[in-house]
Design a protein around this ligand. Sequence first.
Ligand code: DGL
Length: 263
Amino acid sequence: MIGIFDSGVGGLTVVKEVMKQLPQYQLVYFGDTARTPYGNKSAELVTRYAIQDVRLLLEKGAKLIIAGCNTASAVALDALKREFPDVPIFNVITPAVAKAVSITKVRRIGVIGTTATIGSGIYERLLREKNNGYQVFQQACPLLVPLVEENWLRKPETKMIVRGYLSGLKAKSIDALILGCTHYPLLRTLIQAKVGRRVRVVDPAEETVKTVQRFLATHQDIDSALAKNGKHIFYFSDVTDKVRNIATHWLGQPVKIEQIKIE
Ligand code: DGL
């Protein structure tokens, strides 16, 4: 199975993308709703949680892991690779950076994400490695996750907050903007309207799943170890009506949800 983990429900946007691009693969999901959010926690704590999340998915039969959470991808990726050297682990940051680099003409890239993701410095690091004069302009948007989870997608208050977060980035004349948080693709239309048509918006989930697809096409051994056409399984560390509602609503279909303890 392909295992996807996230701090909570946000990684379901990545699940949705896998269902679209790789529909035959069986998924096992873990959302750490008991300890969500990760985005305002320290890198040390998120790293510890991420290692536990991956271990749980491997115990449940995952043979390939996608760190669906931008925060965990940003702060824990090296630690995960060290801890699980034999497991193919994908993150949602590097494919998004590669896409942004391929589309920017002015080499000025904007990034929005949680406080922990923006504070991690991962985007500066990855773009510096490209050694090509890319400039990154970032904005933490901590209020957007709860607004999306409350389904306040079209409320005037949300529009105002999005405008407040994005006006500084817009002034930097970026021409690519990475939606560096699982929840932001749900606000894509609003965000696009605020930054204007000149700015191309990058959804990390889309790019990550394309990367996984390319990897599977050239790694037959791993591809054949992944279960196909089975029923997806969704584990959460705390199951509430809100979790059930978001899962059904975001995925557009009722799914089987199980509660599981993590420590
Ligand atoms: N899933 C997180 C991310 O993509 C957002 C929610 C949280 O802060 O835990 O960064």
